[in-house]
Ligand binder design. Structure first.
Ligand code: SF4
Length: 238
């Protein structure tokens, strides 16, 4: 059984095309900008235990209007064994219906993908949230001790052609916490360059909706700031 918080039957913002987005319960870090804080607790009365079969029944309803599924969280890699069985069942569903469905993971990258070869063989790609590059900045943002595994995952996914997209949340410069977007972009560009791969980098505009804690009253990042970050990313070849 997997612990599921929410299912969006058709989402256009959780990966390429129209997808079934499945949000699992539980997260291992605490991002200051989290807009799904209700998914952080490892157990919650609002979350529901669901079998692979029950989830497949939900995915089946979306055919032929969805291109696949994206599993997010919380941190869905905390339920990696369940993900493996779910992705295998989605493959079976594709074969049975003749409708091709892809399986994507949306992850904070704190759990090594290399440790799950069976899952990664079934997974079409990962959207990796590289929250901040500098360890101290990352710690301030997430409360996690360091981000070495996130960086290792970035390299591993790139070299195994499993990185669908890099995601970076951009906070306003006036916020009490930073994601140091410029530094993050420069390092990501260096790594992509050194491995010789091109992967989309999505800059996500901070919005305070759903956010609790110290950033709850922080305004949305300005359009000008986002445009400046986009220009910087482009100038770095991203
Ligand atoms: S990794 Fe995602 S779900 Fe977990 S705290 Fe951060 S933003 Fe929230």
């Amino acid at each position: 059984m997997g612990l599921v918080r929410k299912i969006i039957p058709q989402s256009t913002v959780d990966g390429p095309g129209n997808r079934v987005a499945i949000f699992l319960q539980g997260c291992n870090i605490r991002c200051a900008y989290c807009h799904n804080p209700e998914t952080q607790a490892m157990h919650d009365d609002e979350a529901r235990e669901m079998s692979v079969g029950e989830l497949i029944a939900e995915v089946r309803k979306g055919i032929p209007f969805v291109r696949g599924i994206t599993v997010s969280g919380g941190e869905c890699m905390l339920q990696a064994d369940f993900l493996t069985r779910l992705f295998a069942a989605v493959r079976d569903l594709s074969r049975e219906t003749g409708h091709p469905l892809t399986c994507l993971i949306d992850s904070n990258g704190t759990i090594p993908f290399a440790d799950y070869p069976q899952l990664m063989a079934l997974c079409d790609g990962v959207m990796l949230d590289v929250k901040a590059w500098d360890t101290a900045v990352y710690h301030r943002l997430t409360k996690a001790p360091d981000n070495e595994t996130v960086k290792e995952n970035l390299r591993w996914l790139l070299s195994h052609d499993k990185l669908t997209e890099v995601r970076i949340v951009c906070l306003p410069e006036t916020a009490s916490v930073t994601t140091d977007v410029e530094n993050n972009l420069r390092h990501i560009a260096e790594i992509l360059d050194s491995i010789g791969k091109k992967v989309p980098v999505r800059l996500l505009r901070f919005r305070p909706y759903g956010v609790v804690g110290e950033l709850a009253d922080t305004p949305m990042t300005s359009e000008q700031q986002m445009s400046d970050y986009a220009s910087l990313a482009q100038s770095l070849g991203l």
